[in-house]
Structure formats: structure tokens, C-alpha cells
Design a protein around this ligand. Structure first.
Ligand code: SF4
Length: 210
């Protein structure tokens, strides 16, 4: 069994209910949540989207909104001007070119303003069940620490993970790494003594005490 398959199996036992931490019901809601999630905690995004999703239900609702109003509604997620521009820009593209429906192809998603590979892949994997590896902060950090990728560029990390993780597990693997990154392999100080994959991890600076 490849090391990565053992890692998946151990993390699966540890976090059977791992899932994307952002709340959403539709691809459009996930797109908006992902744009808001940049440099912001998932908890904060979920607080903000609770009200936002009640007010806006179609791509057209966002595309036609007064941008200053939207900025005020998402202000607490930080970088709100850029995020408002991305939400309005991407939803305009969805209305004008995709009949108001979030497209389910990578190239189409990448053509939307404010949508990069990470957002597009997380969207594909979680809203459309299309196998995809979305390299967010947790996935990127853990791939490096565990020794699954030597790259620092997220696109290269994505390529490395796609080579070694079975395609059917791409989305699940990301959920597991995200959960492990939140609970144990935290950015500032990983809790190595409690880590179920410590024997499979190449990180040279493992912590020895909690
Ligand atoms: S051993 Fe430490 S660095 Fe490696 S995955 Fe576990 S918590 Fe992270």
C-alpha cells in the first residue's frame, strides 16, 4: 500500500465526519462562501453568509446589487472591497455567459473574475462531485510537512497530490487534511505527539511536547 493510502485510512478512522467547514446549499452559495473565505476563518464566513444567503438567491441578485451595500454586508470578513468586486464580477460572468448557472467545468470557472484554481477545484469537488484537489492553506501546509510535495506553489502541489492520491479520493483527502490541519497539524505548532500519522510524516521539526 502506498504511504498516502495508509495516511488516508488512518485519517479516515480519526475523522469519519470530516467535511468542508463552509456552509452552503447550492454551487452559487459555495462560490460566494469561498470568495469570502480568503484570509478569513470559516466560522466568520458562515456567520456572514447566513444573512447573505437569505437576501441573495440567484447569480443575478449579486450581479445587480449595489456594490457599496454588498461591501457593508461582507465587511467583517476582511478585504471586503476586493471580495465584493469578485462576487459581483463572477456572478455577472455567470449571468452573461452561463445562463445564470455556475458552470461545472474547470476552464469555465477559471474564466470568471476572482475565481482561481483553489476556488474552482473546491467548487468542483464539493458542489458538483467532480474529482478535484483544491489546495487551500491546510492542504498546502500538510502536503509539505508530511512530505507529499516539495513544491510551494499551490498549482504544483495540486499536480503532485493528483499523481499519488487515488482519483476517487481526491476530494475526501482534502477534507481529511483540512480537519487534521485544524485539529492537530496546526500552522503555528503542530501537535505531533497526538498525531495518528506521525510515523508516516517526514516533517523534520516535529514537536515532542504539547
Ligand atoms: S507528525 Fe506533526 S507535522 Fe507531521 S502530520 Fe502529524 S502533526 Fe503534522
Amino acid at each position: 500500500m502506498h504511504k498516502v493510502e495508509k495516511i488516508i485510512s488512518l485519517l479516515e478512522k480519526e475523522y469519519p465526519s470530516a467535511r468542508l467547514a463552509l456552509n452552503f446549499n447550492t454551487p452559487l452559495e459555495l462560490l460566494v462562501a469561498l470568495i469570502l473565505a480568503a484570509q478569513c476563518t470559516d466560522e466568520r464566513v458562515n456567520q456572514v453568509t447566513k444573512a447573505l444567503f437569505k437576501k441573495y438567491s440567484t447569480a443575478g441578485d449579486y450581479a445587480e446589487t449595489d456594490i457599496a451595500t454588498l461591501e457593508g454586508e461582507i465587511r467583517t470578513t476582511g478585504f471586503f472591497r476586493n471580495k465584493a468586486r469578485s462576487i459581483v464580477g463572477s456572478t455577472k460572468g455567470i449571468v452573461e455567459r452561463y445562463g445564470g448557472k455556475v458552470p461545472d467545468r474547470l476552464e469555465d470557472l477559471l474564466s470568471l473574475p476572482g475565481v482561481g484554481r483553489k476556488t474552482a477545484n473546491i467548487l468542483l469537488g464539493n458542489a458538483f462531485d467532480v474529482p478535484a484537489v483544491g489546495v487551500d492553506t491546510h492542504v498546502g501546509r500538510l502536503a509539505g510537512r508530511i512530505g507529499l510535495s516539495k513544491a510551494t506553489d499551490p498549482d504544483k502541489i495540486e499536480g503532485d497530490l493528483c499523481q499519488i492520491v487515488p482519483r476517487a479520493k481526491w476530494v475526501r483527502f482534502c477534507h481529511l487534511l483540512q480537519e487534521h490541519g485544524r485539529k492537530v497539524c496546526q500552522a503555528r505548532k503542530p501537535l505531533c505527539p497526538t498525531c495518528v500519522i506521525i510515523k508516516l510524516c517526514d516533517y523534520p521539526n516535529k514537536t515532542t511536547e504539547l
